[in-house]
Each structure stands twice: as C-alpha cells, then as structure tokens.
Design a protein around this ligand. Structure first.
Ligand SMILES: *Cc1c(COP(=O)(O)O)cnc(C)c1O
Length: 348
C-alpha cells in the first residue's frame, strides 16, 4: 500500500474538523448541560446524540470481530461509499475501478463527485478476474470497489481473487459485504488486521431486517476510520436509529433464525423457479436474492406487476440480459410469486 497521505485528498488530509459541543465536553459526570443550545424540554430527544456513537460501537465490535476504533457508522452504507470518494478522490483527476455488473451506488457516487469510474467486466459465470482488473488500474486509481456476495449477481467472489487485488493494488480496496450474513464463505471483515488498505462494508438493511433505520457500517484501520470521522456530518447517526440498532442487536438470536428461515426458503424457491418452463437458468447465490434468466423477462416482469408482485428487472444490465433479480421473501410471498409465474403464458 502507498502511504495513506499519498492516497488521501490533500485538502482532507489538512482538514481541521468541526468541533461540536459534544466533542469538547466528553465526560458523563456533569448534570447541567448548557453548552449546545438545546431545549431542556422533550427529554430525551432534546439532546444531540453522541457524534462518535461509542456505546453502539462497543456493542457491535465483538459481534463483528473488530475493535471499536475500526468501526465507522453512517446513514446507510451509502454514506460510507460517498465518504470513500470524498476522502480519497480528487474530482476530475483521480479514478476508481469497479467490477461490472455490481451495485449501482458506486457509480452514482463517482458521478456526483465527478470522479472517473472504470468498469471491469466479470467473467461468464460472474467471476472476478483479478489480472484483468489490475490491468485497468493506473497511477491515478485511488480505490477498487468489489462486492461479495455481489449485487445483482448473487455470487461470492473467489476469496483468492479478492486477496490478489488487495495485495497487489497499492490503493484502497472496498469489499462490500452487505450480504455476507447469508453466506458461509470467508469474510474479509475478519482479515482487517492483515490488510491496511482494506475497507469492508456491512449494513443493518438486509439480514438485520432494519432498512428503515438507515444504519451502515464500514470497517477499516483506525487511521482510515479517523479520516471518515473527520469528514462526516457531526451527528450523522440519530438517537432513534441508535436505539433501534441496540434493540435489534439484543435480538440477534431471532435474527439468526430469520436468516436460517430465508436460506431454507431460498433453496425451495430456487428449485421451484428452475423447474419452470420459462426459466432458462437460475444463477448460484450466496445472498437473500437470486438472478434468474427467464424467457420474455420484460413481459414476465409486467405480468408479475399486474398481480401486485414486484421483482427487479435487470434485463438492461450488462451480462444480465433477460434476467430478473428476485428477493427471497416469506413462505407466503414466495408461494404467491410461484403461483403467478406458473400462471404466465408465453406470448409469440
Ligand atoms: C442493499 C445494499 C447495501 C445497503 O445499503 P444501505 O445504504 O446500508 O441500506 C450496500 N451494498 C450493497 C451491495 C447492497 O446491495
């Protein structure tokens, strides 16, 4: 890895962050807080939340096998993705490299930040070809984005291929593991201490069943996390979100059961969909969704909509022609989907 200072935007490296009232007085001993222009009424929502989310990080750290200084919490993983650009990429000068197809937010954030986004096609089975990716990297490439299990393809990237990139690329490698709770494959989050250039993303939006609270996580070296902390909005995670996160962490055994249930449903749904005459292929998945190549995918999509069932039409995405991306739902929801698919009559 290049020295961090060479990878970070010079203005960010030099930035003196905003210092909030909560930053300046940190202790718990005081009883009269007259430092932040808060109201004394409407307790407890009258108070600004902890800008560093220390209690929540303490609770998350052991579950994720990391230390609190290796954790960034944000308004969804999307905040962390945007911060990667704002911390590392000089607009109109630097570039990032990502696999294709993948999660759409990396490109949207690149475009918003006016940073060149270079795509490297996955192989025919959506596999990562590390040497082809490394050929696209140049001296202005600051970040490589990988997603495993990948969205919309569903598969995990080969860990050895990911490791090749993390070792050989001298900049930052983001591995988005939003769906890793559904997979038994090795997770790079647990190897942070081996790779100073690694950033791993997780979220409360998928297996943790809490998309509404908007809470995402980034795991990285304390030096990288400090840069994120310096650039983020001071109170980027609100008190209601932190409370809901603490609640769901306390119900983690229930979350484990939900994940098991979804995986059982996934097995049954995959088998049933692959039996349909209109189904050409279901792709292997390590996530709570799968990609299926379907005859007349666009028409099937519209048929499902007319039945009140919404899947994601990915027909227009590179390598995903005629593909629908289907989330595994409850037993009832999956049965409704199957019934509607069986009812579809191909048109000539
Ligand atoms: C759903 C998803 C996320 C989660 O985003 P949040 O902003 O945390 O809801 C992140 N990465 C990928 C690849 C996803 O599919």
């Amino acid at each position: 890895m290049k020295p961090l200072k060479e990878l970070v935007r010079p203005n960010i490296w030099a930035l003196k962050p905003y210092s909030s009232a909560r930053d300046e007085y940190h202790g718990k001993a005081a009883h009269t807080f007259l430092d932040a222009n808060e109201s004394p009424y409407n307790v407890p929502l009258n108070r600004y939340p902890d800008p560093l989310q220390e209690e929540l990080k303490q609770a998350i750290a052991p579950l994720k096998g990391v230390e609190p200084p290796q954790i960034f919490l944000g308004n969804g993983s999307d905040e962390a993705i945007d911060l990667v650009f704002r911390v590392f990429c000089v607009p109109q000068r630097d570039n990032v490299v990502a696999i294709e197809p993948t999660y759409g937010m990396y490109q949207v954030c690149a475009d918003i930040n006016n940073v060149e986004y270079r795509k490297v096609l996955l192989g025919p089975n959506f596999e990562l070809e590390p040497h082809r990716l490394l050929e696209v990297v140049n001296e202005r490439t600051k970040v490589v984005f990988l997603c495993s299990p990948n969205n919309p393809t569903g598969n995990c990237l080969d860990p050895d291929a990911v490791e090749t990139i993390v070792r050989q690329f001298q900049g930052i490698v983001v591995v988005d593991e939003a769906y890793s709770d559904f997979s038994t494959k090795p997770q790079f989050r647990l190897r942070l201490n081996e790779f100073p250039n690694l950033i791993v993303l997780n979220t409360f939006s998928k297996a943790w069943a809490s998309a509404a609270i908007r809470l995402g996580m980034a795991f990285a070296s304390p030096d990288i996390i400090s840069l994120f902390t310096k650039v983020k909005y001071p109170y980027n995670v609100n008190a209601l979100t932190m409370q809901a996160a603490a609640d769901i962490l306390g119900r983690r055994f229930e979350v484990d059961r939900w994940v098991k249930q979804i995986l059982q449903e996934r097995t049954a749904l995959l088998a049933a969909v692959s039996e349909l005459p209109i189904c050409q292929r279901v792709f292997p998945t390590d996530a709570n969704f799968f990609l299926a190549r379907i005859d007349q995918a666009g028409r099937v999509y519209e048929h499902l909509v007319s039945q009140g069932i919404i899947v994601r039409n990915r027909s227009g995405v590179t390598l995903c022609n005629d593909c629908l991306r289907i989330t595994v739902g409850s037993h009832t929801e999956n049965n409704r989907l199957l019934a509607a698919l069986r009812q579809y009559r191909p048109q000539s």
